[in-house]
Design a protein around this ligand. Structure first.
Ligand code: CA
Length: 225
């Protein structure tokens, strides 16, 4: 799941980005309205976390632009404590939820997950294929109930495949789901990541296989099915 974080306070931006990444999201983080606008024109996001007070304008402008373009991307607005009227106005303008600063990371994550669970968005509590499972809130993978230790990127990769069991996932889709702007994706980064995940599944005794379709992409299958 890819999230755009728009927040001009550098410290809060870095902290929030890290918290979202730890929760398994690929995060593009920007500090200005113009950058946010450009990002939404070139990338597709599963959700946007939007601060309203930005140095080059009001975050609400982006919200109206997005809805004007017909984008249904869930938007969670970050707002100051004293701006109740603004909140109502922004919900009217197409925000899906708001959070008052300062907020706890746990609350931001809970709200985001709730937005991603709404009709049309699919974020179930648990994804599974064969003996392999992933608890979404805890970001914990298991093979037949036995914990499977995975890195943050391996978990994001597993999530992508578990969302599309038996279907082809292309390299471009993996890049999009896992890497944010400032990550360096070299030629074989994805192959290395796939190789590691495949080995962890095999070491854990899973009957789920991650197959390579040369020149096309990858597919995850339950070999016992
Ligand atoms: Ca601000």
């Amino acid at each position: 799941m890819r999230v755009l974080l728009v927040e001009d306070n550098a410290r809060l931006r870095a902290l929030t980005q890290r918290q979202l990444q730890d929760a398994g999201f690929a995060v593009d983080a920007v500090g200005e309205l113009a950058e946010a606008d450009a990002a939404t024109r070139t990338e597709t996001y599963d959700a946007i976390v939007l601060d309203l007070g930005l140095p080059d304008g009001d975050g609400g402008t982006l919200l109206r632009t997005l809805r004007g373009r017909g984008a249904a991307t869930p938007v969670l607005v970050l707002t100051a404590r004293d701006a109740l009227d603004d909140r109502v106005a922004h919900l009217d303008a197409g925000a899906d939820d708001y959070l008052v600063k300062p907020f706890a990371a746990a609350e931001l994550l809970a709200r985001l997950r709730a937005l991603l669970r709404r009709p049309g968005q699919a974020l179930p509590g648990r994804l599974a294929l064969g003996d392999l499972g992933l608890e979404m809130a805890a970001r914990a993978a298991d093979i037949g109930g036995r914990p499977l230790a995975l890195s943050r990127r391996e978990l994001a990769l597993l999530e992508l495949f578990l969302r599309r069991p038996g279907r082809v996932v292309t390299k471009a889709e993996i890049e999009r789901a896992i890497y944010a702007f400032d990550d360096e994706v070299t030629g074989n980064t994805i192959e290395v990541l796939i190789h590691r995940l495949r080995r962890r599944l095999a070491d854990g005794g899973s009957r789920v296989a991650l197959e390579t379709l040369r020149g096309i992409g990858y597919v995850m299958r339950d070999t016992a099915a």
